[in-house]
Design a protein around this ligand. Structure first.
Ligand code: FEO
Ligand code: CA
Ligand code: CA
Length: 681
């Protein structure tokens, strides 16, 4: 709801999903309150209450047979950097940064031109916008983390766009970071194409030269997957009536992937792009009795009934590729219009980066929601493949997929993701947890309750999760699995819709602006188990209103807020990236945290240090190292997005990253240690 400033508690332009969980399921906070009791929490104070939760991890009720964490701890040896509000990248003493592949960098290794001078087609052959989840695939590699540390395919998501930085006509307009005004009531076609083409995924070969600097190499595998690239649908929803469109009357194909936030890497060395805040790219103008009348598979995901995010559906030429973003009923049946087009989004998309002619595949068995990303448990021969994923919207859920067929390294491929059981997490008040099956015919997921088959369960994953009683969480973002003990970590970035009545130990702040990191251990250390034990690893926030598990303490060296990106390196360092929203950065309660940052933590001792701070207006997101851990890639997304409309009209931007001139651009940082050592030591 708008506050007294007329602002909504989410920011569509800044990438937030529209909150749409109207179910009566208890929130995580309500469950935590039941566990400790509200009076006990208030009397015992924050520290006691949180210790109670973290203590659950040391004696997990459900984790039988858990192995002790390795005794050799990862070295976190760098000198922490201070909080910063400066328009620059800061790394610890003894480290260096190179910036590569800003938006608009041609994939053929040529110099390119200014972003505003590029055509839509040229953008489609160049690095996209808003770099996000990312993986480095060693060039000769057969496994995700083995092979060359000087030559590989960097694969990265492009989450969304900032139109005013992309189009020449935006210069001098009083516009914020969202959509541009129409021209004669329409979107110019090439603007719409350029924005579609700035979305999706880049596959780009990069190598390290003799001088230690990295550069793009023109390679036949270099490729852009965009918001318009043809894709196949696989899994239980393939061919279902709910996917039929004018483009694909049999419901087996679609065009493009949108709002790809975090990513995943399969045990068979392919890339997964998650479709996060896709709902706002569509609109449905259907009405009944003068009110919006959206089907449940759109309403539960917040498809707008007014305008789309970038007005692509209003492209001047009326081309089908743009009209499809209008999901209104305009034809005689679903094969004559795009009423079902939103059902082709919200999935996990598999891309084989080593095969430039391969068609990306949407893997529907993993469910449909605002997929932040996906992370796999360790692949074990003869055991199911297990993947965890979060739904990043306020009060949404955490899921896991367990394959029906066992992993066999010699034959494993994406079809393993087409058959299996999808579960959603329920966090019990006693520190135990349950994975509730989202399987047609089990529990309430029956035809009598509106789920005719498994495809309907999957298209309506959120409604199915509501029905089984999943736990509402504080915006689940990235997940990561500790390579040492198999514990699963998830960031819960914030939840400003939490009320005073819901304050408790696990979510101890109303209007939770700071977020936390939850973790769990599967029963018997079996990732396919249906029970687990959970605790909180980090309660982020200011000194005195934050806490970390283990013997760690929160100080000026590691205060942080709004954890989002999360990744374990092979030594067991947990890298934590932050996404304080544009409206909150360097102001109010978020002022002490400065610009968005990245930290490294030891998950057992709780030692945590700030490793990097980014330029103004951006978020730090996406992190991976080369297999030798001596080169790290980190993305800077949406620098300068805090630029006000008035400043933009006056020719000023809040950031000049990365070049110091021109419009700010998302780009990738290459971080090395000057002595050639392992990053983080
Ligand atoms: Fe795209 Fe949930 O961050
Ligand atoms: Ca994110
Ligand atoms: Ca985020």
């Amino acid at each position: 709801m708008p506050d007294d400033m007329g602002r909504l508690p989410y920011d569509l332009d800044a990438g937030d999903e529209i909150p749409s969980n109207t179910s009566a399921n208890p929130t995580f906070a309500q469950i935590a309150e039941r566990r400790l009791g509200r009076r006990g929490m208030l009397m015992g104070g924050l520290a006691t209450a949180i210790t109670g939760f973290i203590g659950a991890g040391s004696s997990p009720a459900g984790a039988q047979g858990a192995t002790a964490a390795a005794t050799a701890r990862p070295v976190i040896g760098f000198k922490p950097v201070a909080v910063s509000a400066a328009d620059t990248v800061v790394v610890p003493e003894g480290y260096s940064v190179q910036v590569i592949i800003p938006q608009g960098t041609p994939l053929d290794g040529t110099a390119g031109k200014a972003l505003t001078a590029m055509s839509g087609a040229e953008q489609g052959a160049a690095i996209g916008a808003h770099h996000d989840g990312m993986h480095f695939f060693p060039i000769e590699g057969r496994a995700p983390d083995q092979g060359s540390s000087t030559d590989g395919l960097l694969v990265l998501n492009h989450e969304y766009v900032e139109p005013r930085f992309m189009h020449a006509r935006a210069v001098g307009l009083s516009v914020n970071s969202g959509r541009l005004p129409l021209v004669d009531g329409k979107r110019p076609d090439d603007e719409a194409l350029k924005e579609v083409n700035a979305h999706g995924v880049s596959v780009v070969r990069i190598t390290r030269g003799a001088d230690g600097r990295w550069a793009v190499v023109n390679d036949p595998r270099n490729r852009r997957i965009t918001g318009a690239t043809p894709m196949d649908i696989a899994g239980p929803v393939r061919g279902h009536a709910l996917l039929r469109t004018k483009y694909s009357p049999d419901g087996t194909r679609t065009r493009g992937t949108l709002n790809n936030c975090a990513h995943g890497v399969t045990p068979w060395n392919t890339y997964l792009a998650a479709e996060e805040n896709w709902a706002g790219y569509f609109r449905n103008l259907d009405q009944r009795d003068g009110r919006p009348a959206l089907p449940r598979e759109q309403a539960r995901y917040g498809v707008p009934s007014t305008l789309t995010r970038y007005n692509w559906d209003q492209a001047a030429g009326g081309a089908d590729e743009f009209l499809r973003f209008n999901a209104s009923t305009t034809g005689a049946d679903a094969t004559q219009d795009y009423r079902n087009e939103p059902n082709n989004f919200g999935w996990i998309v598999e891309i084989d980066p080593f095969n430039a002619t391969s068609t990306p595949v949407k893997r529907t068995a993993l469910g449909r929601y605002a997929h932040e990303g996906v992370v796999f448990g360790p692949a074990r021969e003869g055991r199911p493949v297990v993947a965890y994923a979060g739904d990043d919207s306020m009060n949404e859920y955490i899921y896991k997929f367990v394959s029906a067929r066992p992993f066999n390294r010699a034959t494993a491929n994406g079809s393993l993701l087409d058959e299996g059981r999808l579960y959603v997490a329920k966090f019990n008040a006693d520190g135990s947890g349950e994975w509730l099956p989202l399987v047609h015919g089990e529990g309430p997921l029956t035809a009598a309750n509106g789920f005719a088959d498994q495809a309907e369960v999957l298209v309506n994953t959120r409604l199915a999760a509501d029905a089984v009683g999943a736990t509402k969480m504080d915006r689940p973002e990235w997940g990561a699995v500790d390579p040492r003990d198999g514990r699963v970590y998830f960031t819960l970035t914030n939840n400003v819709r939490r009320t005073e009545a819901q304050v408790d130990a696990a979510n101890p702040r109303a209007n939770n602006q700071f977020g936390q990191i939850i973790r769990w251990r599967e029963q018997g250390d079996d990732h396919a188990a249906t029970r687990f034990a959970w605790d909180l690893f980090l309660l982020a926030g200011p000194i005195g209103n934050s806490r970390i598990a283990g013997s760690g303490t929160i100080t000026a060296d590691n205060i942080t807020a709004c954890p989002d990106g999360l990744w374990f390196d092979a030594d067991g360092r947990l890298w934590i990236q932050t996404d304080i929203g544009e409206r909150e950065q360097n102001t109010g309660a978020l002022e002490p945290f400065g610009n968005n940052q990245m930290l490294a933590a030891d998950p057992v001792t709780g030692e945590m240090r700030r490793f990097l701070t980014g330029p103004t207006g951006q978020e730090i997101t996406g992190v991976v190292t080369t297999p030798d851990r001596r080169t790290m890639f980190v993305n800077v997304q949406h620098p300068g997005a805090t630029t006000t409309a008035a400043d933009w009209a006056a020719g000023r931007t809040a950031s000049r990253f990365p070049t110091g001139s021109g419009v700010p651009l998302s780009a990738t940082l290459v971080i090395t240690k000057n002595d050639g050592g392992i990053i983080g030591t």
